[in-house]
Design a protein around this ligand. Structure first.
Ligand code: SIN
Length: 489
């Protein structure tokens, strides 16, 4: 069994780009991913990637918008660093071959909430999928990268504050793999919530692993809810990109009456936390919709092909029907504390992407800054030097155990109840009482099966979800006043 210079956990934009950059330095990289390379949150990103490209834009303006959206809770130096590197980051994607949508031969830019200018580069409404496909192509060609798909990262191997590898579950066996550096790029905790735009893999494994290893975390109470996910009973949650509002979509009641101006002068393009709470409030009066019927069908088909087709498959014609929407958990603004080079408080453990807290998002992330953050810090993380670990190779082949059907049923029920609790009690609007209620419920769930069977992937995921939920809840209880995504009534 080989030793690696670097193990990267996660195959979103952060993980794949870091793998490519380390490989270019001739490092031996192991890229592990829970399912296939392209199953990630990145793949689901529709809107785009923000950056200073337009002539009328500037670093100062992008920084200012990020700080305003983040309620000035951001780490300003990190925001400046990210935005200063935004143009180069987008150029990196162009160089790799991401087919950004163009207008008059230059990169077209779209508008999203709380941006004072058009500054979001996009590939129609499937930007993340296009990025993911492009990176996958490069990663598969790079000889210095070993790809391990369907490999579940079970734990970080840490001793006396030093990380020296990862324990994985692969083909029903546990294996310990050693490396000089471990990069955590494992995404977010979206699946902790009953309604989420995130894929099923987003079960907060990276966050929980880091917490178990003693990593410092910050700002976990700031869970961002996307205002507009498709809301059709019985149908899976599906993102209706903010760029639909950016390109002129209104939020309305069934009667066609708009309401956003009652909440913010920027109306539909107010910061995301404000739009989310406005919809949450207005839903008490009746269902809420996006109305973009005033745009031509040919335009909608061309600009939003994914959304148009998906809605059509559900019998909704966005050129002539209202689109029913509701908020859904979308992104974690906090995470494992990491500096500008991804370094955490654990030696040789680096964190990038959604799992990391760099301080750029503050209390509420500015739209399309997430792909940017992930990309910028996946470049700087490769500045870390890696010495081979002194740990001798250990290779355990302990087998995982099959879950008996009764136990499986129980585990799935715990997961369902946890997601329901988080949605209702640690959701868009929180009160001291709902948080207390969540505390009780999580405790009860933790005691439903003791000990939790973690010698299989489902059990491990649920353990991770319980750890992450507990930590998010504790953070929410500590912050008594409302700020950004953390709203306490
Ligand atoms: C969207 O397309 O609305 C998502 C953009 C983002 O979350 O940054």
């Amino acid at each position: 069994m080989k030793q690696y210079d670097v193990i990267i956990i996660g195959s979103g934009i952060a993980g794949m780009n870091a793998a490519l950059r380390f490989a270019e330095q001739n490092k031996k990289v192991l890229l592990i991913t829970k399912r296939t390379l392209q199953q990630s949150n990145t793949r689901k990103a529709q809107g785009g990637i923000a950056g200073v490209i337009a002539e009328e834009d500037s670093v100062e303006q992008h920084v200012r918008d990020t700080l305003v959206a983040g309620c000035n809770h951001n780490k300003k130096s990190a925001v400046q660093f990210m935005v200063q590197h935004s143009t180069a980051a987008i150029q990196r994607l162009i160089d790799l071959g991401v087919p950004f949508t163009k207008e008059h031969n230059t990169i077209a830019l779209t508008q999203e909430a709380a941006h004072s200018v058009r500054r979001i580069a996009f590939v129609d409404d499937y930007t993340g999928a296009a990025i993911s496909q492009t990176l996958t192509r490069h990663v598969r060609q790079q000889k210095n990268i070993t790809i391990l798909e369907h490999a579940f990262a079970a734990d970080l191997l840490v001793e006396k504050g030093h990380c020296f590898g990862v324990q994985i579950i692969h083909k029903n066996k546990y294996k310990n793999i050693m490396s000089g550096l471990v990069v955590l790029a494992a995404g977010g905790p979206g699946q902790l919530y009953l309604h989420t735009t995130n894929p099923p893999i987003a079960t907060s494994d990276g966050l929980a692993m880091a917490i178990r290893a003693g990593a410092t975390c910050k700002d976990l109470e700031f869970i961002q809810f996307h205002p507009t996910a498709l809301h059709l009973p019985g149908k899976p949650c599906f993102l209706i990109s903010e760029s639909v509002r950016g390109e002129g979509g209104y939020l309305v009641h069934a009667s066609g009456k708009r309401f956003m101006k009652n909440y913010h002068t920027d109306g539909e393009l107010a910061p995301r936390d404000i739009v989310t709470r406005a919809i949450f409030e207005e839903q008490k009066k009746g269902p809420v919709f996006i109305d973009i019927r005033h745009k031509k069908r040919t335009y909608l088909q061309k600009r939003f092909p994914t959304i148009y087709t998906k809605l059509k498959s559900y019998g909704i014609d966005m050129a002539s029907n209202l689109i029913p929407v509701s908020p859904a958990a979308h992104y974690s603004c906090g995470g494992v504390v990491a500096d500008l080079q991804g370094r955490t408080n654990i030696t040789n453990l680096l964190a990038i992407g959604e799992v990391a807290y760099t301080g750029v998002h503050g209390a509420n992330r500015l739209a399309s800054n997430s792909l940017l953050e992930a990309l910028v810090f996946s470049e700087t993380v490769t500045k870390n030097s890696c010495k081979p670990t002194k740990k001798s190779e250990q290779f355990s082949i302990e087998k995982t155990e099959k879950i008996p059907p009764e136990q499986r049923k129980k585990l799935l029920q715990i997961r369902r109840e946890l997601r329901t609790t988080m949605w209702h009690d640690v959701g868009i609007v929180r009160t001291a009482m709902t948080l207390k209620h969540a505390q009780q419920s999580i405790k009860t769930l933790e005691q439903k099966i003791t000990p939790l069977p973690t010698n299989n992937i489902l059990g491990s995921e649920i353990k991770n979800m319980l750890i992450a939920a507990h930590t998010i809840l504790t953070a929410a209880q500590k912050r008594k006043n409302s700020l950004g995504c953390h709203y306490v009534e």
